[in-house]
Write a protein that binds this ligand. Structure first.
Ligand code: PLP
Length: 434
């Protein structure tokens, strides 16, 4: 295991202003909307401007001003071995020397698909894509093509990427028809997305009773990570499985975060519930752009060129992404004790927090600055974003980088050491949350 750790030299001083990051951000804002290529990176929820990252190694990243941070963002989850682990870097280097993209099939893609299926047996056939957004969007198209139905059901607080039909929030009043949650999404598209609260089986039961024959798919994060961490209530996933099966609805688990992070085989293995389709993402690319969707043979055989559901991608199965992903997954497979260890590290953090509500599943955790229990979006939304912002800033100034929003997950990695956790807890005490 020591191969993945990195010896750390922290700056114990309070971080001052970040002049180089600030200048880079100002320059970025002239040419990139909000100065960032993904909105949450702009730090609007926590104030100030983001540190621009120059490099990462092990559990740490270094910003343009030379400050080193202990990192619990980990590229929003995928870096389960930490930054720049040797097996992944070596694999990318070797692959790059042989060409970066061919637009033709490779043996490594087949190996990756077989590998994914060995960990997720419910994924009988698998397509590689380039992002989690594409995986969820394509899984839904497959479900619609398979069932011949148009509507889908999603849950408040779950995020499945930024395709039109998934940028939808619950309608006002008692309506279950969704409304666009972004400008640019046609209401005509949003009305095919029904939205219900997470962890409420009765709501699903009554909706399916009323209009189940129009619903192609139910999609959810089996462990939610995008409203902060929210685990499924006991029996929730089993209940969804039972209801969808009886109504001929395709059950899609979006395991873009949970897959390979919670255990070998993801949330579906932890909770023992088999979906019809599964979406995987970033973690199977070891930090390179990748995604995958797959599941029951008869659904996946609807995909072009075998069937009538079109889905394609110039960079799908890209050789660098596949090489990085296979290297990360093989390392994980050979060191499965990692899961126990990173969960234990996260548990130490969980237990150290005082005065907040902490939700944790394995190595994913969120401190909610509000009352518990947090079981769905309504209860998560009670958290005080300004208290979180102050906490985030205090941690950042002391060299600990957290996701810059109250409603995200922190992650531990195989590169984090007990000493890192002790240091983090010391900083948590300094900012008054431990
Ligand atoms: N699904 C889930 C559960 C996610 O957390 C995310 C992104 O964080 C996505 C889908 C979208 O993935 P991507 O950002 O790679 O498009």
């Amino acid at each position: 295991m020591t191969a993945f750790r990195h010896s750390l030299h922290y700056l114990d001083v309070k971080k001052g202003p970040l002049p180089r990051s600030k200048a880079a951000f100002e320059r970025a804002r002239q040419v990139i909307p909000g100065g960032v290529n993904s909105p949450v990176r702009a730090y609007r929820a926590v104030g100030g401007h983001p540190p621009f990252i120059a490099s990462g190694k092990g559990a740490t990243v270094v910003d343009l001003d030379g400050n080193r941070y202990l990192d619990y963002v980990l590229s929003w989850g995928p870096l389960i071995l930490g930054h720049a682990p040797k097996p992944v870097v070596d694999a990318v280097r070797a692959a790059a020397g042989k060409g970066t993209s061919y637009g033709a099939p490779t043996a490594a893609e087949v190996e990756m698909a077989e590998f994914l299926r060995s960990a997720f047996p419910s994924m009988q056939k698998i397509r590689l894509v380039s992002s989690g957004t594409e995986a969820a969007m394509s899984a839904i198209r497959a479900a619609r093509g398979f069932t011949g139905r148009d509507d889908i059901l999603k849950f408040e607080g779950c995020y499945h990427g930024h395709s039109d039909g998934l940028l939808v929030k619950a309608g006002s009043g008692l309506a279950t028809f969704g409304e666009p949650s972004s400008a640019g999404v046609p209401a005509d598209v949003a009305r095919h997305t029904l939205v219900l609260p997470y962890n409420n089986l009765e709501a699903v039961r009554s909706l399916v009773k009323e209009r189940g024959t129009s619903i192609a798919a139910v999609i959810l994060e089996p462990v939610a990570g995008n409203m902060g961490v929210v685990p499924p209530a006991p029996g929730y996933l089993d209940g969804l499985r039972e209801i969808t099966k009886a109504a001929g609805i395709v059950l899609i688990f979006d395991e873009v975060i949970s897959g390979f992070r919670l255990c070998w085989g993801g949330a579906q293995t932890v909770y023992g519930v088999e979906p019809d389709l599964t979406c995987l993402g970033k973690i199977i690319g070891g930090g390179l752009p990748v995604g995958a969707y797959g599941g029951r043979r008869e659904i996946m055989e609807k995909i072009s060129p075998d069937g009538p559901v079109y889905q394609a991608g110039t960079l799908s199965g890209n050789p660098l992404a596949v090489a990085a992903g296979l290297a990360q997954l093989k390392t994980l497979k050979a060191n499965r004790s990692i899961y126990k260890r990173i969960a234990a590290l996260a548990e130490r953090l969980e237990k150290a927090f005082r005065g907040v509500t902490v939700n944790r599943v394995g190595s994913m955790l969120t401190p909610f600055f509000g009352p518990g229990p947090v079981t769905d979006w309504d209860s998560a939304a009670k958290a005080d974003a300004s208290k979180f912002a102050a906490f985030h800033q205090g941690m950042r100034e002391r060299g600990v980088l957290l996701p810059p929003s109250q409603w995200e997950a922190m992650f531990t990695s195989a590169a984090h050491t007990d000493k890192d956790i002790e240091r983090t807890i010391r900083v948590m005490r300094e900012v008054g949350v431990a």
